[in-house]
Design a protein around this ligand. Structure first.
Ligand SMILES: Nc1ncnc2c1ncn2[C@@H]1O[C@H](COP(=O)(O)OP(=O)(O)OP(=O)(O)O)[C@@H](O)[C@H]1O
Ligand SMILES: [Mg+2]
Length: 378
């Protein structure tokens, strides 16, 4: 079994370096390039520099004819004010994500032409450089609504919450891109639970210094991925605490590039940052007296945060308490009951993941997902 430091290979580090540049993507597809339309060399220099800072080479059109070819396909268009009139006259198809930019003189009127072209903003350079950079970054990465975040935590230790988080992510990933984020540094690594520990790519220590906005597309590109399921796992090397805000940045980027993000939360620790993002919280409660007592301590804090926790009742072999009684005592409906799957532990030890021989777990995960009403597609 490789250690975390083995995963911190040069390629993982290089990939992570690209992540820190908003908008970065190792190999941008042609259609992913911003379109810059201008015949003004000084303006072109400025715009190319801005795109380079986002790690994207623009497609450059010096006239309307060249612009027409890329007009619809480019994720975002910067129309130089020098060609604004020509573009407006060219009857190009209306499209979102067009901004006009140029070195405008005070009082120069461009709005009516920009409106005729369908531009969303007119930006004056160099004053509005930051705004233009933000618009380019957002345009490149898409402006769709961020995907929902489901946080999963156990009311008591060892109750099966990491297993449930993994099952939710794996079942949802049959339909859409999903990110599974391991937020438990002491859990041994969720990649191990999935049997994905040999898959190269960054683990948490590689992202420990992350701050601020991460590139969503680059995060999606570099995460170890089995089909549609991307995983950011802890490792088994020396513990390296992430910088404050790192989880926040990762979740923000993961939401912008995945249809669903599932976070495996420890009972204590970095929960707050993740709960800020959580669209839903799934609490796994063991169906016995101590399990219910522990949940009684946990739930009020979640309810105070206005997240409506969904209860999953875990009923390990030998527990006799009726799941309905558990839910009734806690005042919440149980969205799923998980009985022991006898083959689960062995399947995990064999490295084939918890779902391989666990039809009950799969059904329970489906029930939980159905109860969450997640509209997702990315
Ligand atoms: N449905 C299940 N059937 C059988 N065994 C299970 C099931 N769910 C979990 N287990 C087993 O229970 C143990 C604990 O599971 P898991 O690590 O998911 O719990 P946890 O709540 O995340 O624990 P921790 O408090 O350490 O984070 C593991 O050995 C796992 O294989
Ligand atoms: Mg766990």
């Amino acid at each position: 079994m490789p250690s975390g430091s083995e995963h911190s290979s040069r390629s993982a580090r290089d990939a992570v370096a690209s992540l820190r540049r908003v908008g970065a993507s190792p190999e941008p597809p042609t259609g992913g390039r911003p379109l810059v339309v201008t015949a003004d060399d000084d303006l072109l220099d400025d715009l190319v520099r801005l795109c380079a800072a986002l790690d994207r080479e623009p497609t450059v059109a010096h006239d309307v004819g060249a612009a027409r070819r890329w007009w619809v396909r480019a994720p975002v268009v910067v129309a130089g004010t020098d060609l604004l009139e020509a573009l407006a006259d060219a009857a190009l198809p209306r499209r979102p994500g067009v901004v006009a930019a140029g070195r405008l003189q005070a009082g120069e009127r461009t709005w009516s032409t920009a409106l005729a072209l369908g531009a969303e903003r007119v930006l004056r350079l160099p004053e509005d450089t930051d705004d233009l950079s933000d618009l380019l970054a957002t345009g490149i990465e898409g402006t769709g609504e961020p995907g929902p975040v489901v946080a999963v935590l156990g009311a008591s230790g060892g109750v099966g919450s990491s297993t449930m988080a993994t099952a939710l992510a794996a079942v949802a990933a049959r339909d859409e891109p999903v990110a599974l984020v391991d937020a438990d540094p002491l859990g041994g690594g969720i990649d191990l639970l999935l049997g994905e520990e040999d898959r190269p790519g960054p683990r948490w220590p590689d992202l420990a210094d992350t701050q601020g906005r991460l590139s969503a597309t680059a995060l999606r590109d570099v995460l170890p991925r089995a089909s549609r399921l991307g995983v950011l796992s802890w490792d088994r090397g020396p513990l390296r605490q992430p910088a404050p805000g790192a989880l926040d940045s990762v979740l923000d980027a993961a939401r912008r590039s995945h249809g669903l993000v599932v976070v495996d939360l420890p009972r204590t620790g970095p929960g707050d940052e993740a709960l800020e993002h959580a669209t839903a919280v799934v609490v796994v409660v063991r169906a016995d007296v101590r399990g219910v007592a522990a949940a009684t301590r946990l739930l009020p804090g979640l309810l105070e945060r206005a997240c409506e926790p969904r209860l999953v009742v875990r009923r390990p072999a030998g527990t006799a308490t009726d799941p309905r009684l558990v839910a009734e005592t806690l005042g919440l409906a149980a969205v799923a009951v998980v009985r022991d799957d006898p083959g689960l532990r062995r399947a995990v030890d064999e490295g084939i993941g918890p779902l391989a021989r666990s039809p009950r777990l799969r059904r329970a995960a489906r029930d939980v997902l159905d109860s969450l009403d997640l509209r997702v597609s990315r």
